[in-house]
Ligand binder design. Sequence first.
Ligand SMILES: C[S@@+](CC[C@H](N)C(=O)[O-])C[C@H]1O[C@@H](n2cnc3c(N)ncnc32)[C@H](O)[C@@H]1O
Length: 355
Amino acid sequence: MTRVLEPGTGTRDDPHAQARDARNQPLLLHSMALFRELFAQLFDRRPIRTVVEIGVETGQVSACYAELGAEAVHCVESAPTEEMRAAMAGHDALHLVEGRSPQVLSQLPVADLYVIDGDHNYATVRAELDWILTHAPNALIALHDVLWPWSRRDLYYEPCLLPEERTHPRTADGPTVWHDEVTPAGFVGLGQFTVARTAGGERNGVLTAVEDALAEHGGRRLEIVPAVFGLGVILREDTDQDLVEALRPFTGSALLAALENNRIALYTRVLALQHEAVAHAEEADRQVRLLAERHTEVERLHRRCDELSDRYEQELAALRERNAELRRRFDAERPPRFVRALLHLARRFRRRFGR
Ligand SMILES: C[S@@+](CC[C@H](N)C(=O)[O-])C[C@H]1O[C@@H](n2cnc3c(N)ncnc32)[C@H](O)[C@@H]1O
């Protein structure tokens, strides 16, 4: 679970405190719970009683809004898990709404704050923003993933529920910061989501959806906090200047932007290394299987050699015996020596005298 860190330096007696905190964090920080101090800025400056949270996942962030002062948090989730239900239980202010956004939005009370972190594609985010900007024009809107990788590339949890003409050709491969094409060694959905094969162009990605919605509805501006995949906050041009100022230390931070770029570069490098390690392990397994097959074949050939060697030994022994037998019979049936001498003389006589 993502825990929001107090900056910890460790002490002379406990010099490993910060390292301990670091290793207890997930390798990839991605939850909106990390933006708690930014939400605190919004809650401090606006009366936020009702929140609609779209995309709940573990439910760890939902309680955050209640702790900051919301009386009711409607948590919209298309695929609730047991972990999420458990996180909701015990919080009177949290109400799980099993369903899909934007379809369920009209069935919920109009909220003071909408937090959009559900299906990260143009069609869904654009429809969510169109509904909110039309029916809750004074609400604050926060969106996750307005930066890489889903700023200019659609992600689809359930593309079959979207009209085909409003989606892009999809792939199970994922983006990486190390080149522009998607790759199986990139940020992949592992069966949970697919992504648009190409980035950019029209109607592609969360940020593109925000830009188009704001262009159509007018009078709003988008502020981006360049951390943890980018938090977007949509504010009214006419009334929200104080919030623009309050968020500026985060939205204007070159340090945050540099850390985020470094984070996604390192993380996608780790993904590539993991992919290579798995490929090496699979190749090693293949070599071991091949060796085992060869070993079995060598043993089979050894056994065949032994069989043949036994058989030839037996055949040789039989031939030797037969040879000895023949020799014995030959010796037994041979004429005596003086008869052989007479026959020899007779042959010489015939050769000499021609008869
Ligand atoms: C990135 S996760 C949300 C993470 C969470 N907000 C956090 O910060 O910890 C996205 C969640 O949205 C859900 N989801 C996807 N499409 C949705 C939709 N159309 N309506 C509601 N929830 C959706 C997914 O099942 C997934 O649990």
